[in-house]
Design a protein around this ligand. Sequence first.
Ligand code: CS2
Ligand code: MG
Length: 402
Amino acid sequence: MATIERVEVLVTSPGRNFVTVRVTTSDGVTGLGDATLNGRELAVASYLRDHLVPLLIGRDPARIEDTWQYLYKGAYWRRGPVTMTAIAAIDVALWDIKGKQAGLPVYQLLGGRSRDGVLVYCHASGGSVDELLDDVAAYTEKGFKAIRAQAAVPGLSGSYGVRKGTFYEPASTALPDEQAWSTEAYLDFAPGYLGKVREKFGFGFHLLHDVHHRLTPIEAARFGRSVEDVRLFWMEDPTPAENQEAFRLIRQHTTTPIATGEVLNSIWDVQTLITEQLIDYVRTTVVHAGGITHLRRIFDLAALYHVRTGSHGATDLSPVTTAAAVAVDISVPNFGIQEHMGHTPETYEVFRGTPRLEDGMLLPSEEPGLGIEYDDEAAARFPYDPKYLPVARRLDGSVHDW
Ligand code: CS2
Ligand code: MG
């Protein structure tokens, strides 16, 4: 029986910071898992190096479920982004190994294809409404069938999601960038530009918007109501989700579909949201919600309540996560949509073999496992570079949800 012989924690920064786990078995098979937690990367790297690696050497790599329970229950201190990202990386690496040992792509181990491709959405943004409209035009020409729209609110440095250059990278400064925010200015401005997108381009594609946790429940209810004619595919993270019950108030006032979950890490963090049907899309990911093993549990619960999947897929989730996400997305019955921002050319120098994008759909690799190779030589060229996510401050100077 093969055993786990080596577990490496690889840190590199090709275009941005990534932490990757590589598990190697005694018969020379390797598996990769993403362990990147934006702005807190080294906390996960240490959790892995100092606490999980010693527990894995000599174990049977084939016992994925048992290893998951061993790491989750054995920690005593359960849940949370650092723990669940570390467990996720090991879990995904073991699925990669099982696929390679079986000579099958991971999606075949998860029950095979339930659809021909994975519908994705891209990010259109603009420092002005005109810039946003140009960006939407560019993405529709590229064949995208679903587009997220974000524009800068005049006078506010803290508008979320507005790209500078080719890629949107929120963690770009050596210390948190403190950005000015006004909910009033946003609520007065955002519904207007979303309406303009529909005016110019019609309803022939899905339109999404990320509120990014910035509103109180009643403000979110008002926002949802103010964009009902825009027929958004979803409004995302309308209010912080620590208090799941808060979504009841939003639900009472608007039929705009709601998506949340990218910062949530376990089935317990979304249980009320799903069982009370307070959301329409759950955005938990393989990398931050305990890997393929736990994410499927979340999605199975969601399926019982007609909640669809809408996994997070920003640039700070590595191509290993893209491949694992596509393996889950193409097989689960209640798939909704997958976020896909893409990565920088440097990132693809290190991570080879990312799923193919065709006509607004991601297609899984047919290679055994996840089909991603990690280039150590390339990775060595990009040393870790500490970066922080911004902090939003209201006009009175107080800290606000970023
Ligand atoms: C966002 C992300 O893509 C999204 O939906 O919410 O840009 C998010 O802010 C970053 O991934 C945080 O690291
Ligand atoms: Mg988001």
